[in-house]
Design a protein around this ligand. Structure first.
Ligand SMILES: NC(=O)C1=CN([C@@H]2O[C@H](COP(=O)(O)OP(=O)(O)OC[C@H]3O[C@@H](n4cnc5c(N)ncnc54)[C@H](OP(=O)(O)O)[C@@H]3O)[C@@H](O)[C@H]2O)C=CC1
Ligand SMILES: N[C@@H](CC=O)C(=O)O
Ligand code: NA
Length: 798
């Protein structure tokens, strides 16, 4: 029977204003109750009795309202009497319905039991002693299994009908629980429980399993709807837990509010978080406040200054939400609702006009458009690092803190930020506490063969990573050359292809970057470039500058112009933002990491040499005279070994890039142009024809390369395409060579790469890495490995 009390208030106002439509409103309420009663009780004495009571109450109300209509006024006790009828009817109707089902049940009229003392116009205090006496007397006459008590209404000690004013039925429930010394109270509402933050602002907000009375109190004060703070007082007195549950979702356990102190770590995933996090339970904000700052040297050591300041605030009728004073006593700063700020400032200027004129006070400032952000948690008091955690989250999100307050009880830390930063601040601190520090927002550029395979692998492994390693990877954007897909939460990796096709928007790398960057609730952002594009590689610098980590199998950045490469590496070394590119050489094989390991532990690299191209390895491993060269090239392409344009492989350019990348990793200042590869692309097909035309015309040139192969075979040799980094001479080279059949390079199969590192430590016998060096699965796997390497740098468990 929702909103009946409100409707009663409205018709009462109408009667006072001599608007006789109140009669129709009352008739409507009568009709609604009659229909509900018929629907619930069908027929019989329960129905007849209820309808009789209803009719006689309505007749009484008609008479009273008529008197109000004539007088044009209604006293408060009359008003409370009129509006309280909704509760009387619904309690009787519910009790009759329960009895109809065969249970023993009696309704209780709180007007006869609950005694309260009005304290302010909007508040009453329950008189527990007087109420218990009345309750005991009632029970001795009405012993029953189930009692349905009216909410909201009560009487004064003079037996005048009244209500609980602004505190409604939740307060009634808590008072009756205290009167009955109940084991527990359940408040049935329409939400699953109390959230860790407003779910309309923070999509990651979670339902809290437990809260202490103080935590519930603090969260309510700071604007989170939990319970009215006064509701908590009666139950706290007898240590009675209150559970908030959803009547529309009984499977949800709800939030239990009691004196039991727990941390959110008990329910969350991130046991490996630093201590400071787990003690914060929830966050709330109060929007649209102003800070008032009273400043001056004349305040220090003068007793009574604070009293005078807050006296002036009281005179202005304003409500102080928080106070902060630096211990230097040079300034007192406090927050009031924005709409009260001007009046407060005026009152202060008037009160302190002499001190201001004498410069004992330098100024009274109003800082408008602020927001209060409160972090609440009872264990914060005994936990070091809470503030550090919160402030570092705000700093990372680039949010300026205007003022801070923390009471000695330490149930909350209160932070004032600019109103425009309100939601971002809430998301930043919430995610720091509730998301694992290895939650990553991932953007994929180039969902082609490698990018697409990576998305498939991420999808297959996501649940395991989350459950076993606490790594939460969320793909928030996919950018192709023509279209892109953005999602604020995470793209469904089961259907990204379909979504990109159906819901994709025109590709825009700037919007893509901004989207990823502004995913404030996620602590880490990474872009994975799976294109072969030099244009995309140019963005790495600005991405890293913006704190976005970069991972790529694309060789263009590290083999592009040396000055740009060095600038990128310098930036990355100065920042805490990471750049990984293991798959640029040898695909998933550990080439870069092996080289780094040698260098970082002080080994000296003398020569790196090997077969670096999966495509050329495959081609020459298969080229034994049985099939034409051009056909094997097609096979390599179909197997996913080649670059998007296979001429990049056949020209030796791809190997030259890998040689350049390794040489630079070792510290040589090599330009790609310094490495002149032997090209296997026939001169006329090098430029001016498409990939398809090239592949169509390639068979015309099979004869020449077949001659080279046959010539080698006659000498019991094979052709192999090799790359060399000659560290001692500071050179890189890439060439087609002949090797005897017994040479290790002649023993490979498939797309194998083989790379030998000759170093000071590995001199007599080089260190050798060998295995498939191209193909979608192994390459995407190498990129995936880099993503997990990033996660472990960010603190994932090993
Ligand atoms: N294949 C392998 O074994 C290995 C490959 N690599 C590297 O992996 C990378 C990807 O190769 P692969 O997957 O085979 O190539 P594909 O051609 O299959 O995929 C490239 C993707 O990049 C997209 N793309 C191209 N330019 C842009 C742009 N400017 N903006 C956004 N998207 C763009 C393409 O989109 P669209 O289709 O819309 O044009 C396509 O989705 C290359 O750098 C390659 O060198 C590294 C090691 C091994
Ligand atoms: N096209 C490349 C792929 C790996 O980098 C190759 O064939 O090696
Ligand atoms: Na590699």
């Amino acid at each position: 029977m929702s909103k009946v009390t409100d409707q009663m208030y409205i018709l009462l106002k109408k009667a006072e204003n001599k608007d006789d439509s109140y009669e129709a409103d009352l008739a409507q309420i009568h009709k609604r109750h009659t229909e509900s009663a018929i629907a619930l009780l069908k027929e019989g004495t329960e129905l007849d009795r209820f309808l009789d009571t209803l009719k006689s109450d309505v007749q009484n109300l008609q008479a009273i309202l008529r008197a109000v209509y004539i007088a044009g006024h209604c006293t408060e006790s009359f008003s409370d009497f009129i509006v309280g009828h909704g509760e009387l009817w619904s309690a009787q109707l519910l009790a009759a319905t329960v009895r109809k089902r065969g249970l023993s049940c009696t309704w209780m009229n709180a007007w006869d039991i609950l005694v309260v003392d009005p304290t302010t116009p909007n508040q009453v205090d329950p008189d527990f002693e007087a109420s218990v006496k009345k309750m005991d007397a009632w029970y001795s006459k009405n012993a029953t299994d189930t009692i349905i008590v009216t909410g909201f209404i009560a009487s004064t000690s003079d037996n005048v009908r009244t209500t609980l004013k602004r505190d409604g039925s939740d307060f009634s429930a808590a008072i009756f629980a205290a009167l009955l010394k109940a084991k527990e109270v359940t408040i049935w509402t329409d939400v699953d429980g109390v959230y860790s933050a407003d779910p309309r602002k923070v999509s990651e907000a979670v339902i809290l399993d437990t809260l202490t009375y103080q935590e519930a109190w603090e969260l309510s004060y700071f604007g989170a709807y939990v319970l009215h703070p006064r509701t908590i007082m009666p139950v706290m007195r007898y240590d009675i837990p209150i559970t908030i549950r959803n009547v529309f979702n009984i499977s949800a356990q709800g939030t239990k509010i009691s004196s039991y102190v727990s941390s959110n770590a008990e329910t969350s995933l991130h046991e490996n978080e630093p201590e400071g996090c787990s003690s914060v339970k929830g966050f709330a904000t109060i929007d649209n406040v102003a800070l008032i700052n009273v400043e001056g040297t004349g305040m220090a050591g003068v007793p009574g200054t604070a009293s005078e300041i807050f006296g002036a605030v009281k005179d202005a009728g304003a409500n102080v939400i928080m106070i902060s004073q630096a211990s230097s006593e040079h300034s007192v700063c406090f927050a009031v609702p924005q709409r009260e700020a001007r009046a407060v400032a005026k009152a202060l200027e008037e009160k302190f006009h002499r001190a201001l004129a004498a410069r004992r006070l330098s100024r009274v400032d109003v800082i408008p458009n602020c927001c209060i952000l409160a972090a609440v948690g009872q264990r914060m008091a005994s936990t070091p690092g809470v503030s550090a955690t919160l402030f570092s989250a705000l700093a990372k999100a680039n949010i300026n803190v205007r003022a801070i307050a923390q009471g000695c009880s330490e149930y909350n830390v209160t932070i004032v930020v600019d109103q425009q930063d309100s939601v971002r601040a809430l998301k930043a601190v919430h995610s720091r506490v509730y998301l694992s520090k290895t939650t990553m927002s991932v953007g994929i550029v180039g969902p082609g063969l490698i990018g697409g395979t990576l998305l498939k692998q991420l999808n297959e492994q996501a649940a395991t990573l989350k459950e076993e390693f606490n790594i939460d990877l969320r793909v928030m954007g996919i950018l192709g050359s023509k279209s892109m897909l953005l999602d604020d939460r995470a793209i469904s990796l089961d259907s990204w292809k379909h979504l990109l096709k159906e819901n994709g928007e025109p590709a825009d790398i700037h919007r893509f970057t901004d989207h990823l960057r502004s995913s404030n609730s996620i602590p880490n952002k990474v872009i994975v470039d799976c294109t072969a594009s030099a244009d995309i590689a140019k963005y790495y610098y600005q991405w890293i500058k913006k704190g976005i980590h970069v991972i790529t199998p694309n060789k263009k950045a590290n083999s592009g112009p040396l000055d740009q490469y060095l600038r990128l590496r310098d930036l990355q070394r100065q920042s805490y933002t990471h750049y990984f590119y293991e798959a640029t050489v040898g695909a998933g094989l550990p080439i870069i990491s092996t080289l780094r390991g040698l260098l970082e532990t002080g080994d000296k690299i003398l020569r790196v040499e090997g077969i670096f191209s999966g495509t050329l390895s495959y081609i020459f491993n298969c080229f034994n005279g049985e099939k034409p060269f051009s056909q094997i090239v097609l096979e390599a392409k179909d197997s996913g070994y080649t670059e998007p344009d296979p001429r990049d492989d056949l020209s030796g350019m791809d190997v030259a890039r890998k040689v350049t990348i390794l040489a630079r990793e070792i510290g040589l200042k090599l330009e790609l142009e310094n490495v002149q590869p032997d090209s296997l692309v026939p001169e006329p097909l090098r430029e001016g024809c498409s990939i398809e035309e090239f592949l169509n015309k390639l068979p015309d040139y099979d004869e020449k390369i077949e001659e080279m192969r046959a010539e080698a075979e006659r000498c019991n040799e094979v052709l192999r395409y090799v790359g060399i980094v000659d560290v001692e001479n500071g050179k890189g080279s890439v060439r087609l060579e002949r090797y005897s059949r017994s040479h290790p390079f002649a023993q490979l199969s498939g797309s194998d790469n083989i790379i030998s590192f000759r170093t000071k430590r590995y001199n007599a016998q080089p260190l050798i890495v060998r295995g498939p060096g191209a193909g979608a699965e192994v390459t995407a796997g190498g990129v995936f490995c880099d993503i997990l390497r990033l996660a472990s740098y960010l603190g994932a468990p090993s």
